[in-house]
Design a protein around this ligand. Sequence first.
Ligand code: FOL
Length: 208
Amino acid sequence: MSRLTIIVAATKSNGIGQNSTLPWRLPREMKYFAQVTTTAPPGHSNAVIMGRNTWESIPEKYRPLPRRVNIVTSRNENYMLNSSPNTPLYLHTTLASALARLNTPSTTDRPIHRAFVIGGASLYSESLALSPSSSPTVVDRILLTRILSPDFDQCDVFMPDFLGQGTEKRWDRASHEELEAWVGFKVPEGEQEENGIKYEFQMWTRDP
Ligand code: FOL
């Protein structure tokens, strides 16, 4: 069984977006996102899986996200993606088919080290609902950047409340040392502040 990691920045009420964009501008947090999703052993790449709305929300000059295999899901099989010479980019009409690609190494791409679901709300929900009985791939880790303040109560898109939900699959918060060991680099601990916005880097795991 292969594993997926969700990476997300969310307020305490799980707000993740507003007007088709991120509600905040946090350059250092964005660097963390880029470093986490890019870091892979020599000769390997990570994959980032995203829904069509998230793809469109990424500034054109940053997409496809460099040094990562980009997989976009859209029910519209004719959806047009503008590729970039060196960055692998794939369109899949379902999450299951996107995941099948991960488990079927292509001869042209480098081997995949880790796969990240990078949003948005629909893909977070759909991937969190994958269960070992029906899917060869499940989410067992969430890299959550918790936006502590302000509240951003104008958010119009939310991630599912994974902590308050269900009883069978319990999410546990990992220690900061475990977070650093997993991402493979030093991460600032405790409350961070950028542009007057307070946040914290967290990692949550569950048994598959
Ligand atoms: N997870 C976290 N922790 N923070 C986020 O901002 C975030 N954003 C998304 C998904 N998970 C996240 C989706 N939105 C870029 C823009 C929007 C976006 C994801 C990525 C982007 O432009 N990324 C560039 C970094 C550019 C820079 O350094 O400013 C990249 O190379 O990753």
